[in-house]
Unconditional design. Structure first.
Lengths: 486, 452
């Protein structure tokens, strides 16, 4: 059975089916949504059970598409893409559960969300560059309409900025893809990875184009400015998907395209990329420290966490020691998954807080822990994970990244200062919102209901599971990373 | 002679259709004229299919039956049929209705001459045949705006047409023949080649609305009925682009013409979108957008003779452009000419709204829509020829394009004060919308059927 294709197109099928139904009430729409995303999650679990191959792509599916120019429908997975596919299908499933409270045009919302899921899984599974680009761009369109349709006050402006900014960001990738295509006559990514076709100046130009695209998506300083606007204005589910899944397009592309297809150029430019990564990590942490809006603060910590991923990949490109390389890339890949889980949980929780209080300013709250213990403790746990506490999800990832950095590029270890800053800002946020004098205004605030629990608790369990015993994920990642040739 | 004629069945079919339509119009039977037109266009499309593999020329090399002219028929004939249906929806029951149908088909016959011309005389014939019919169609509403628009169009056309004929005499003198296939003789005569090139750029550039010969387009489109504007923006433009391909692929690259064309392409797409950015009238916005799209077409023309992607890119983008632009104009016919008319349109008519979003995103070049496939091929052709800078400008303009088209999308989903007037949609328009929307949305996935 072509499980990969099923997992990619099942959500789209669900969306089309819903649109064709005569009765599109909220109940039916959300029923279809939860059933489809749940089934997709099960399918991705089955893909996981089938497993990956070390040193190559597994479960490859291939059908001719435009044979005249060597483009085909090609899907496959390895230890880099499978964890991200699992993360994607889980986050969409939980988002579908949480989104069941949306009553404004529910059918259209669900259709958009399911289209986004198809685009997201497709982006990670595609082995054909043109197909990858198709999925990559379709996700933009879906997110644009989600922001302008269901966002907050300034959604029009934020949506427009998001769309134009990221389209400008992704078009250079198209140029790089065309360049690689003209050198080989095929869009097969496996060919490009096996024998990187470009050399010299052409490779460097292609790398610069790709770095620009993925830096916008990651987002890395100085092209991160779309992120806070988009996050703050997006609906909760939109924020979760944007931060949990779509930022990973950038880091995934950084490894899959930039590192694997132009390795020599990447090694030459490694110090520059590393410097951007270090600066992004520090910058994101300090700017997050300056925020009083909870959503904006979490958005900026994403810039910080994704900066660590960039550091890990750059260190891997710069070092020749295969063990260190594997450690750096393992850390970077695990960091992508951890960030998806942790930030997904944080955005859910802030969204739940906002839907109760219609307020995101930290100073407006106080002493909520006694009022809403479930929400409060969940937030505390996620925040501790986000600041890198041992035993929680980010620790094993960041530890490996810093370990490799210290061995290979000791100067870059200055990025560790960001961890201290992050700890400070989260403790401050917890103190302002959940500790201290209870604010009378929120005396009637209800705690998490069943639907909200169902959306958040699985993520909390994963945070601890990845933190305590990451080997079930790392084993699969490590097998692929050790076999990477570049 | 019989062999030559056998390759011309589609054209002969269309010509006799026009005659029959004229008779029907003389009998004051516009519906009959319409029926003749649709059947004739359908038959002539069907007659094209067996000739698609042909690669030859007839009548001493003056008319080419090749990949380009074959696909031109497959694209332009159905496109004209859709334009006929749009016209019917707009002007049904009005005076002199049938004459527009006749003119539409006649202009398409001229467009086929342009797309298949292998000789300077035929090029001139095509320009005149498309021009005369178009002037008359723009003037058809008989009000001040239309008359003024038609006048501008006519004067502009007359001047550029004569300059083109004058310049072609240089090529004739230099090459000793009116056949394009003999243009290779101009190798080593750069001045003569350039003189003729400038003339062709003026004559055909006017037809394709390239900058700086685009001034007539917004006025003519705005003065004419919307359906006629739609027709002019796709059929005559694509025909002019195909004519560029027929003329320039025989001109030696050493004369430096690709660079001149690349410059014009860059300026055209940039100025087109910049002007579109400030329009408040949807027809004028699409007029400037189609100016910019002509610039993208020229990226494929630049690559002629050096890149194997050049011809496929022009053909695929031509097909995509006809579908998405006709569709966008059809939505304007439903919503209204002003950008303000689009306020709340997407909420009042969800299905048509989604169709418009598809057309506009395809015009921007968002995958997996049809326009994206065309643009990828165009970019590929330009890069393979060594014009990376042109591809970069094209990409930057795609961002500008998004800003232009999102203006319509944004206002479509804004809340509208008062009730949204829900006009009934004519059945022919429904056919056009479904056909263009399906082609735009799905042909990108089945792009394998096009030549590569």
């Amino acid at each position: 059975m072509p499980l990969l294709s099923i997992s990619v197109f099942l959500p789209l099928l669900g969306g089309v089916l819903l649109m064709a139904l005569p009765n599109k009430s909220a109940r039916i729409a959300h029923g279809v949504s939860i059933a489809t995303t749940g089934l997709t999650f099960v399918v991705t679990l089955a893909i996981w059970a089938r497993g990956t191959l070390p040193g190559g792509f597994a479960q490859v599916e291939e059908i001719a598409w435009i044979p005249a120019i060597g483009a085909a429908y090609r899907l496959g997975i390895d230890g880099l893409s499978l964890p991200l596919i699992l993360l994607t299908s889980l986050l969409f499933f939980l988002s579908a559960i949480y989104a069941a409270r949306i009553t404004d045009r529910p059918a259209v919302f669900v259709a958009l969300m399911l289209m986004l899921e198809t685009a997201s899984i497709g982006t990670f599974a595609a082995l054909d560059a043109l197909l990858f680009y198709v999925f990559f761009e379709v996700s933009l369109v879906g997110m644009y309409f989600m922001i302008v349709g269901w966002g907050y006050e300034e959604r029009q402006r934020a949506g427009l900025m998001f769309f134009i900014y990221t389209l400008l960001g992704s078009l250079p990738l198209l140029l790089a893809i065309i360049g690689l295509y003209l050198a080989t006559g095929s869009f097969d990514m496996r060919l490009w990875i096996e024998a990187p076709p470009l050399t010299g100046l052409a490779a460097m130009l292609a790398l610069i184009a790709m770095l620009f695209t993925f830096a916008v998506k990651i987002p890395s300083f100085p092209v991160h400015t779309w992120l806070p606007a988009a996050h703050v204005q997006a609906p909760t589910v939109g924020s979760v998907i944007l931060a949990g899944v779509m930022l990973k397009f950038g880091t995934y592309g950084l490894v899959r395209f930039a590192l694997q297809m132009t390795p020599d150029a990447f090694a030459q430019a490694g110090q520059v990329v590393l410097a951007f990564g270090v600066f992004s990590a520090l910058y994101g942490a300090f700017v997050a420290l300056a925020q009083s809006d909870l959503k904006k603060m979490i958005a900026y910590t994403s810039v910080n966490h994704m900066g660590y991923v960039v550091i890990g990949v750059a260190v891997a490109a710069l070092t020749l020691d295969p063990d260190l390389r594997a450690v750096a890339l393992n850390g970077a890949t695990l960091q992508m998954v951890s960030h998806g889980v942790v930030t997904g949980a944080l955005f859910f929780l802030v969204g739940m807080l906002q839907s109760r209080a219609h307020e995101r300013e930290m100073t407006a709250f106080g002493g909520l822990l006694g009022q809403v213990p479930w929400l409060g403790w969940a937030f505390v746990l996620s925040a501790f994970a986000s600041l890198g506490l041992p035993g929680l999800a980010h620790f094993p990832a960041e530890f490996q990244i810093f370990l490799a950095t210290l061995n290979a590029q000791p100067w870059a270890i200055v990025a560790i200062i960001a961890i201290v800053v992050t700890a400070g800002l989260y403790l401050r946020a917890i103190a302002a919102v959940f500790l201290g004098e209870p604010n009378e205004k929120w005396a009637a605030m209800p705690d998490l209901d069943r639907g909200e629990m169902q959306a958040v608790v699985p993520l909390l369990i994963l945070i601890i599971l990845i933190g305590v015993a990451p080997s079930w994920l790392l084993g699969m990642i490590d097998a692929t990373m050790r076999a990477l040739q570049f | 002679m019989a062999r030559d004629l056998s390759f011309l069945f589609p054209e002969l079919m269309l010509a006799s259709t026009v005659v029959l339509m004229l008779v029907a119009e003389m009998l004051r039977a516009p519906r009959l004229a319409l029926a003749f037109g649709l059947i004739g266009l359908g038959l002539s499309t069907a007659l094209t299919l067996p000739l698609l593999e042909a690669d030859t020329s007839v009548f001493g090399g003056t008319y080419r039956v090749d990949l380009l002219s074959g696909w031109a028929k497959l694209i332009l004939l159905p496109g004209t049929a859709l334009a006929l249906l749009m016209t019917r929806a707009e002007i049904a029951g009005k005076d002199r209705e049938g004459s527009v149908y006749v003119l539409l088909c006649l202009v398409t016959l001229g467009a086929l001459m342009l797309a298949g011309g292998g000789d300077m005389m035929l090029l001139v014939l095509g320009v005149v045949l498309t021009g005369l019919g178009s002037f008359a169609m723009v003037a058809w509403p008989r009000n001040d705006a239309a008359t003024e628009a038609a006048m501008k169009y006519l004067v502009f056309g007359a001047v550029t047409g004569s300059v083109m004929i004058y310049g072609l005499t240089f090529w004739f003198g230099g090459a000793g023949s009116t056949l394009f296939s003999e243009l290779g003789a101009l190798d080593g005569k750069p001045l003569i080649a350039l003189a003729g090139l400038v003339a062709v750029l003026i004559g055909l550039g006017y037809k394709a609305a390239l900058v700086p010969f685009q001034f007539w387009a917004p006025d003519a489109y705005d003065g004419a009925p919307v359906s006629v504007a739609a027709f002019l923006s796709v059929i005559t433009k694509v025909a002019a682009i195909f004519a560029f391909a027929q003329v320039l692929r025989d001109l030696p690259v050493a004369t430096g013409w690709p660079f001149v064309v690349a410059l014009i392409a860059a300026v055209t797409m940039t100025l087109g979108y910049l002007a579109a950015l400030v329009q408040t009238n949807a027809v004028r916005l699409l007029a400037y957008s189609s100016v910019a799209q002509a610039g993208y077409f020229m990226m494929g023309i630049v690559a002629l003779g050096t890149s194997a992607l050049a011809l496929p890119s022009v053909i695929v983008f031509g097909a995509a452009y006809v579908a998405m632009n006709l569709g966008a104009f059809a939505v304007i016919m439903i919503a209204g000419r002003n950008l303000d008319d689009f306020k709340g349109f997407g909420r009042a008519r969800p299905v048509v709204g989604v169709a418009m979003v598809v057309f506009l995103l395809s015009l921007t070049g968002i995958p997996p829509l049809f326009g994206f496939v065309g643009k990828v091929l165009l970019f590929g052709a330009a890069i393979e020829t060594g014009y990376l800078w042109l591809a970069v400008i094209g990409i930057l303009n795609s961002v500008l394009a998004l800003a232009v088209y999102l203006r319509i999308v944004v206002s479509m989903y804004q809340a509208r004060e008062g009730d949204a007037g829900r006009t009934e949609m004519a059945p022919p328009l429904l056919v056009v919308l479904w056909a263009t929307a399906l082609v735009t949305a799905l042909m990108g996935l089945f792009a394998g059927v096009f030549p590569g």
